[in-house]
Design a protein around this ligand. Structure first.
Ligand code: SIN
Ligand code: FE2
Length: 201
């Protein structure tokens, strides 16, 4: 596996996962899921997104990939990052400052995410912390360069993955979701919560 990649399998127990799902639903009531689009082509993502925190990651045809303090459709500020997530960052990140963005990725059973690097943050010395809830994902990760060898592993509900060091610069994505592998959500699918520090503290 890539240096700096760490998997904390089952970090959140079932009760904590349920608390998190409740907190995410509250966020989504305030900041509804929307369908992002690729820069230039305008091709829609299969994953729907929202955010929590002072900054949220968004993408659309005209503006491209970026962080902004408000929801692209409602214009309202993003809701605060749920406490349990801030605590997980504190416990696992080893970073000197709190996260500023919590990207909420909602994967329906057919959704996937192509290989990409997380490169829109200034604070590249901060790890990325990623929480999986609901159906299992087949996660792929490799080197920083296009065409580098990749490997895959499963991310299950309650797992926390950390991308630090070389893994922070790695290309990664989600090949597919395995429907019916979790009873956490009342519909097939997966929620991924990605915590990132954006600005240099
Ligand atoms: C991402 O890289 O933005 C999402 C990864 C995941 O869904 O596990
Ligand atoms: Fe990513």
């Amino acid at each position: 596996m890539v240096d700096g990649f760490k998997l904390h399998a089952g970090f959140f127990d079932r009760a904590a996962q349920e608390t998190l799902v409740g907190a995410v639903r509250l966020c989504l009531r305030d900041a509804p899921l929307y369908t992002p689009a690729m820069p230039r082509s305008g091709k829609e993502f299969s994953v729907r997104m929202s955010n929590a925190g002072p900054l949220g990651w968004v993408s659309d045809r005209e503006g491209g990939y970026r962080y902004q303090p408000h929801h692209p459709a409602t214009g309202r500020p993003w809701p605060p990052i749920p406490d349990l997530l801030l605590q997980a960052w504190e416990a696992l990140s080893g970073y000197r400052a709190p996260p500023e963005a919590c990207l909420i990725n909602w994967y329906g059973p057919g959704a996937r995410m192509g290989l990409h690097r997380d490169s829109d943050e200034q604070a590249r010395d901060a790890p990325v912390l990623s929480v999986s809830l609901g159906d299992t994902a087949v996660f792929r990760i490799g080197g920083a360069e296009k065409g580098a060898k990749t490997g895959s592993l499963r991310l299950n509900s309650g797992d926390v993955a950390i991308l630090d060091g070389a893994a922070r610069e790695s290309r990664h994505g989600v090949d597919r979701i395995l429907p019916g592998t979790s009873t956490l959500l009342d519909t097939p699918g997966r929620i991924n919560l990605t915590l990132r520090r954006v600005t240099i503290p």
